[in-house]
Design a protein. Structure first.
Lengths: 282, 282
């Protein structure tokens, strides 16, 4: 069985940067390292950090004196201020720099009196964080939601960095009917723009696609969706989910992995598939 | 035979305003009234003005001392300056106020370092006029042309006032991939936004559509195109083009007219169709 790995797969710039920042803090023996919300959307990566003594906290109240990381997806200025007001806490901002650009653009558009629209997932921390930078802004995830909007004089748009560009197209085309002026900051990041076509390309060549990454990872789910339009596709978090029956009659298997999937997970999956022929995977 | 007339049909605000301005000049006996290019894209309307002694001129050289009108579609600042430098000429600007907004937005975007794109017809005087307000601007008329563009940091867009909104959608959706920031002034005018759906609505109900207006009128051609997607459609300039065979078995005929089609032409067409049953039209 031939294995084709889409490039890029795995950690994007922002995810790698955030994990590196935490690893550095561990190496420097910073006191009581806590992360406010999952730093990236990958349970195995989170577990790996927890095994090194890092704590995940989900509310301001849980935070103890020590070191606190802001997740790669960013947070709203309001939550940032709440974290800052905590006593005896060193706050380290691991927000992805490309998410920062999205946040800053949302802020700028709001200050210039645009009705700010964040094209994104309604409950995604990145979209919610960006929303906090623009008063009265709304998150729009579908063409239908865009169509239902009332007309306003000026619409300003930013985009969740990991959305599928082609899906955003259709929403932008609707929004332009809703205002005399529309200003769009296309904040989809370069990693997303490269990863999705690369996955598509491998899906064209393969008989079966395995997409590796957190089930809670939006960008991984979209990779799986993009691939499933082309070839049979399975979205797994780890190698133990692989099923031998998927590979019957398959001569080429394609692999793609989300922006928050660590290399050790991808390697495990690749090795497990390699061992398929010799029955090492049940 | 029932006749259904789409509303609005005929003169839009900007066309009516420009013709009224010329009529006023005639009534005031202004000297040597000349129009630089066809004031509106309707040969019969032009003929009606010529019959009143108005002259059409197509080049700066032809202009004689007297009164000179700038057409409803507007002109570039460069041509405006050339006209202004003419001796013994009173220059009257009949540019449609909505075209002025398009021109001003093109200028503003250019001054703010956007690569200005005019979504419009390549050889249309309105698009060419607007182009003159933004240095280095380009006219884009199709999705393919948008797709072929190189990436630039900032794209600023204005739209020819009479384009079909749904066609512009698709171009905007392409353009947003070509820059990190895109700013769109949706300068399609209210008249266009109302006229096209009204024509579509009548086409749904009718067995046959007659679209009345200049063959050189872009907005009339688009009306005919929009209607022809729904029902058999004929684009005519005047009643003499009507053919009895078109109406065989037709019980409902729909009529729509372009923004530059004068009422007297529409009335002639309606009357000719009314007289169909009694064989008054050959």
């Amino acid at each position: 069985m031939e294995i084709l790995i889409a490039e890029p797969s795995g950690f994007c710039f922002g995810v790698k940067r955030s994990i590196d920042m935490v690893e550095k803090a561990i190496a420097e023996k910073k006191p009581n390292i806590q992360i406010f919300g999952p730093i990236v959307h990958n349970p195995q990566q989170i577990k790996a950090l927890e095994d090194k003594g890092v704590k995940m906290v989900n509310s301001i109240e849980e935070i103890q004196p020590g070191t606190v990381f802001i997740r790669a997806h960013g947070i709203s200025p309001k939550v940032f201020q709440q974290l800052k007001s905590k006593q005896e806490v060193e706050l380290i901002d691991a927000t992805c720099p490309f998410v920062k650009v999205e946040q800053e653009n949302a802020k700028k558009l709001s200050e210039e009196s645009y009705q700010v629209i964040i094209i994104g997932e309604k409950n995604h921390p990145e979209a919610l964080g960006a929303q906090g930078f623009a008063e009265g802004s709304i998150i729009i995830g579908t063409v239908e939601e865009a169509r239902a909007l009332k007309e306003v004089p000026k619409i300003g748009v930013v985009v969740q960095t990991t959305l599928e560009p082609e899906a955003v197209d259709k929403i932008v085309a609707e929004l332009y009917h809703k205002a005399k002026e529309i200003r769009v900051y296309n904040t989809i990041c370069q990693s997303t723009k490269m990863r999705q076509p690369a996955a598509r390309n491998i899906a064209e060549k393969a008989d079966l696609m395995i997409v590796v990454g957190g089930k809670n990872s939006g960008n991984t789910r979209r990779l799986a969706e993009v691939c499933s339009r082309i070839k049979p596709t399975h979205h797994i978090e780890t190698a133990v989910e692989l099923k031998k029956e998927w590979f019957k009659g398959v001569s080429k298997v394609g692999i793609s992995a989300g922006a928050s999937t660590p290399d050790f997970i991808i390697n495990e999956v690749v090795n497990a598939i390699k061992n398929m022929d010799s029955d090492h995977v049940k």
